[in-house]
Ligand binder design. Structure first.
Ligand SMILES: Cc1ncc(COP(=O)(O)O)c(C=O)c1O
Length: 386
């Protein structure tokens, strides 16, 4: 089903996913169709194909298709929202995020806030953590009359925690807009975006839905669609809008000539991964969850560390704190241990967290993984620690 190299243990699905071979083949077909008829493909085939993909995605994420647009990745989804809001920020306004957010997203927030003399308020969420309500309490305590946007991860990157987004959205919306950074959400946890009711939710499809790189989406609630534009403005800005068509979707659907084949095979990736387990997508998610929980227990034993979060906050990724790194701060986000593991045939993720010499190990579980791989990882980390 996969084209992953057999010489490597792939325990880091969370970073860049993996694409089933049959989905890769369908993507190549779309590319060939465009290359066969370069103009008529765009004129006649592309728009209907994007609509088919959008409808399949809408069903998968429990959303109205009218609120959904494809983007290339979650970074673009976040940037589109934040840059759309930027002109409305006043001096001293605040954007609230948490200490578990993703660095690139934090930089987007900082950039826009700084342009408007506003600021980013970072809510300290504890880790280790005992229960999801600690996240809700920490966030709500820091929201004030100056808060113009709250950005919350659905599943955090470094710490691999499912955050209680429904409770946070219910407490804040519609008065305070919430953007959910769901880079890791789709395919790891079930989504009902219509019920969620957040102003925006952006999600990657290249990770847990196993679509090709370049497939991600932004969902915008109806009342925010007019002000939400992509970071690149193109033809749809002044195009006449036919009855029933939307400028919001027109703008995102074409941000200049690009390869849209990753979007077009989203229905195939949803189908292929769902079909790979007798329980369909719920079966995939619970199988991955069970495996990563077992792996976390095994690693905690081998490495002699405490499990830092309750099982209910774990999806298909789990993080464990590692002993402090030694030597000089290597700078950046990744621990030097990463490279040592890669040299030993192990793809896992060791991040510097919250700052050097703190280190955190994150493992993922997908259908191609089995428990012995995590044992090998634990033993290798033990050996490296000396
Ligand atoms: C929480 C979070 N947000 C945003 C991103 C950015 O995703 P991308 O690089 O696909 O834009 C990531 C990537 O792993 C992430 O973990």
């Amino acid at each position: 089903m996969w084209s992953l190299s057999p010489g490597m243990h792939h325990l880091n699905h969370g970073s860049f996913g993996a694409v089933p071979v049959e989905v890769q083949a369908r993507q190549s077909e779309w590319r060939s169709r465009w290359e066969a008829n370069t103009t008529s493909f765009v004129a006649k085939e592309l728009t209907p194909a994007v609509e088919v993909a959008r409808e399949a995605l809408a069903e998968f994420v429990g959303a109205d298709a009218a609120g959904l647009v494809f983007v290339r990745n979650a970074s673009q989804g976040v940037a589109s929202v934040v840059r759309s809001l930027e002109p409305e920020l006043q001096p001293d306004d605040e954007i609230v995020t948490t200490s578990h957010d993703y660095n690139a997203v934090r930089q987007t927030l900082q950039y826009s806030a700084a342009k408007r003399d506003a600021s980013v308020r970072v809510v300290d969420v504890p880790f280790p953590i005992e229960e999801p309500s600690q996240v809700v309490a920490a966030v709500l305590e820091q929201v004030t009359a100056r808060t113009k946007l709250v950005v919350i991860d659905h599943v955090t990157s470094s710490t691999g925690l499912i955050f209680p987004i429904s409770e946070i959205v219910a407490a804040l919306e519609p008065d305070i807009p919430v953007l959910i950074d769901g880079a890791h959400g789709p395919g790891q946890v079930p989504l009902r975006l219509e019920e969620l009711g957040a102003s925006w939710y952006t999600g990657n499809l290249h990770k847990w839905v196993c679509s090709p790189k370049g497939a991600a989406f932004l969902h915008t609630r109806q009342d925010r669609r007019e002000m939400t534009v992509p970071t690149v403005i193109s033809h749809a800005w002044n195009a006449p809008m036919a009855e029933g068509s939307s400028r919001y979707q027109g703008l995102f659907d074409w941000t200049g000539t690009d390869d849209m084949s990753p979007w077009l095979v989203v229905p195939e990736s949803i189908g292929a991964v769902g079909a790979a387990h007798p329980g369909g997508w719920p079966g995939v998610m619970s199988r991955n969850h069970d495996l990563v929980v077992e792996a976390r227990g095994l690693l905690a034993d081998i490495l002699d560390v405490e499990e830092p979060a309750p099982e209910e906050m774990i999806g298909s990724m789990a993080a464990l704190p590692l002993p402090d790194g030694t030597g000089q701060d290597p700078g950046g986000l990744l621990s030097p241990l990463n490279s040592e593991l890669l040299d030993r045939g192990l793809e896992a993720l060791v991040m510097i967290w919250p700052s050097w010499p703190g280190q955190i190990l994150r493992v993922s579980a997908h259908l191609y993984n089995e428990i012995g791989e995590y044992r090998k990882l634990g033993e290798t980390l033990s050996d490296l620690a000396g």
